[in-house]
Design a protein around this ligand. Structure first.
Ligand code: 0O2
Length: 222
């Protein structure tokens, strides 16, 4: 009987994770359609690369513990852990980051739950990216199911910095020596400077008028 219960729990967990995988695929499709449309209609590709990931069961368990969720059930995990499905969109320039964010979040079937603009307000360590928790409907045989997906938009320079910082934190098990922390913050400033220079160069080369970046979106909770 306990074997049967364990199998049922396993099946339920797999079904639970599949919902996020479907949501992730919906968002990947939306991004890839935008990319293709840009490429064909404007002969310009604002996206450098797209990477998706599902949180591993280990990482979900670790986050449940970190958030102090005792007696977790699927409903609570659904409500409290909103980054089980993640899509990272890396763009060439900051203007493209905001434009893609707008184009994705303005779609009728997309609901924005939370926006965190770490480009307008970088983290203390220098981390920059535009994060949005969006909800997209997935159409199952049982009907539509809204699935939260965390989308991170960043430039190549921001991505380069974040992946190095992530590796350094991993290597030092979160106890990074202070001189390295300072160097990382300095490198984040250099990355921002590079972003600004590259964007200026790009505009100059293509004769694009220097337009104002759209104002950072306010944090929204639905
Ligand atoms: P992974 O491996 O990408 O899944 P929380 O998720 O509770 O820790 P919060 O406030 O809900 O925090 O999320 P937040 O700050 O919007 O973003 C969390 C995710 O953004 C992280 O996911 C990273 O992907 C990225 N991130 C945030 N801050 C940093 C940072 O300082 N350095 C780097 N390299 N990445 C960052 P996970 O779950 O930590 O990891």
């Amino acid at each position: 009987d306990s074997i049967r219960q364990t199998r049922e729990l396993r099946d339920e967990f797999q079904r639970f994770l599949r919902e996020y995988e479907f949501g992730m695929r919906e968002v990947e499709t939306k991004i890839s359609i935008l990319r293709d449309e840009f490429l064909h209609d404007h002969a310009y590709n604002p996206i450098e690369h797209v990477k998706s990931r599902l949180k591993t069961p280990d990482s979900i368990v670790e986050k449940i513990a970190r958030k102090g969720i005792d007696e977790p059930d699927f409903e609570r995990i659904r409500a409290e852990i909103t980054d089980i499905a993640g899509v990272r969109v890396t763009c060439s320039f900051v203007a493209d980051v905001y434009q893609l964010f707008e184009l994705l979040t303005q779609q009728d079937d997309v609901t924005v739950r939370v926006v965190k603009d770490y480009i307008a307000e970088p983290k203390a360590n220098g981390y920059k990216s535009l994060h949005a928790i969006i909800e997209v409907p997935v159409f199952l045989s049982t009907g539509p199911l809204p699935v939260p997906v965390e989308v991170q938009f960043r430039t190549i320079a921001m991505d380069f910095w974040a992946s190095l910082e992530h590796k350094i934190y991993y290597k030092f098990s979160n106890q990074v020596p202070s001189h390295l922390v300072e160097s990382l913050t300095g490198a984040a400033e250099a990355a921002s400077e590079l972003d600004a220079r590259m964007e200026r160069l790009h505009r100059e080369a293509h004769g694009v008028p220097r337009r104002q970046l759209p104002p950072p979106p306010p944090p929204r909770v639905v």
